[in-house]
Design a protein around this ligand. Sequence first.
Ligand code: FAD
Length: 627
Amino acid sequence: MDQRSAACHHESTHDQSTWGSACGVSRQPVGRRPHPSPLPALYKLFNKTPGVRYFALLHFAVLFPFSENESMRFLSTLLTRIASEPYLRRSLRSGLLPSLSPARAGDRIFAWSRALAPLAVAAGAALAFDLRPVAAPSLCDAGLDLRVGGKDSTDLVVKGVHREVPNKFIQELKDILQDNLTLDFEERFFHGKPQNSFHRAVNVPDVVVFPRSQDDVQKIIAACNKYKVPIVPYGGATSIEGHTLAPHGGVCINMSLMKKIKSLNVEDLDIVVEPGIGWIELNEYLKSYGLFFPLDPGPGATIGGMCATRCSGSLAVRYGTMRDNVINLQVVLANGEVIKTGSRARKSAAGYDLTRLLIGSEGTLGIITEVTLRLQRLPQHSVVAMCNFQTIKDAADVAIATMLSGIQVSRVELLDEVQVKAINMANGKNLPEVPTLMFEFIGTEAYAREQTLIVQKIVSEHNGSDFVFVEDADAKNELWKIRKEALWACYAMAPNNYEAMITDVCVPLSRLAECISISKQELDASPLLCMVLAHAGDGNFHTIIMFDPDQEEQRQEAERLNHFMVQTALSLEGTCTGEHGVGTGKMKYMEKELGIGALRTMKRIKSVLDPNDIMNPGKLIPPHVCI
Ligand SMILES: Cc1cc2nc3c(=O)[nH]c(=O)nc-3n(C[C@H](O)[C@H](O)[C@H](O)COP(=O)(O)OP(=O)(O)OC[C@H]3O[C@@H](n4cnc5c(N)ncnc54)[C@H](O)[C@@H]3O)c2cc1C
């Protein structure tokens, strides 16, 4: 049985006409409500009082619906004890059938079959009411193996179902978009394959569309909703967790033609843009105004994709994440309606915060068509400093001490010795191959230098060495460029066909050193090539695990390490994803991190806003969550 059917096979009412996650908009709960169990008391009574046994067994049928796990546990304990203890066997026989003392073999069989009759009735009743024991299967549960690619595999949710899209639908899209649509296989394959993610594509989109306006987006979504065809928004495709894969085929909506700057309001420090513009292009444009937008995820990322993943980057420690830097959104919902989530005012207390609901929604609630961003003044002066450590723990300790000192650093980035080696190899550098911290201090010249000296002292108190700093603009830009492209340096260090599995855990700052040290021990013991780099000021770190995708044992080892780090972070009150988002890859950790109640709430929101489950189906909310 595949994972989808294993997770949801009890759902006889599953609406086959809709696309999307395994459960669609389901009508039956998977997990029953927790119910205060009368079973322990009943079990005691059963053991002590023969007259109650018959009654107890009959109650099994009644209890089954409310607490199937306990009922099963009760049943199996009962049968095991009957099998293993002669006095119970006797007691069952005499308790249930006091008048029967079988002399012949036939009578004995008859006696036992009558003794087990209540059990059969109980099980039969339960099955008759379709109340088979399907507990909410936690995908984090090591005991459950519902995964397509084996235990702990990240493949599980990329498995999709695909229906041919009707010709009538394609014709409607052509009428809306004319030439801005392609059915070319190469293009569809390119859009459906992971660009920066290690997740496998199991389908390609049926069609790729390139809207030019909000009006186009509205019409495309209305057509998708009418024909119940999945729609996968596509920005710069730099996301890491299989966000833009099309497991169910459908429409890939590439937002690259919607990249206009609609208005720049220098006095208000904000800008209104279309979602397809990249953060690098935007900053090029803003430079001449002495402004910048302070989020720096993967080169090539677009503002729409950045909103949808709630991304951050190296500057988040100073300026916050995308959550803190978006003032207003315009969004086309699954029913084709356009909404705005706020005004251009910097703050607002007007009702539910829809901006933040949509930020991080990964294209599952609507398509962002316009974004108002908060801007920052380019700092007068900045200093970039670097220093080295014997151990990664010392480096993490300094990052924590710096944050606690109250200095408003604008960046604190940590690299382990393997990552520095990769950078040296890819960039022809000669940096010391030891755990390294990179800082940026900003402000007036005097203030930036003062902060530099304070941190230099902290470093010397924590076994740090080789503290150097640069103020020359080109040197600073080069250092940050090297850091930003660290992922590609890792590829340069591994054989050609290798892939990178990238982890993204984040823990409370005080737990960072512990989390990194535990992880590093495990990584060093692994035969795989692993690099660590961290946005250390936020308690967020990545491990880049290089593996040969054709070697199954390497893939499994990479997944084991990934899983180990997530479990470690969760045990330290952290998260499985600090900034990359859930996509398909992190779904299996969502229940453990947030609890089933939060996931059901998400699912309820999703099913109200997108009842046909057309918006990026199969992502973010694990398939076993049903409402
Ligand atoms: C080298 C490298 C470095 C990186 N560094 C960082 C980092 O420091 N910090 C960080 O946070 N991330 C980082 N990332 C990850 C990535 O850059 C971010 O997740 C980024 O926000 C994705 O933006 P995108 O435009 O590429 O989105 P895509 O990958 O195209 O899409 C991401 C998600 O957004 C949805 N989406 C796209 N556009 C829209 C829209 N208009 N409306 C609704 N949904 C939409 C998609 O359906 C998808 O679910 C890095 C990636 C790489 C390759």
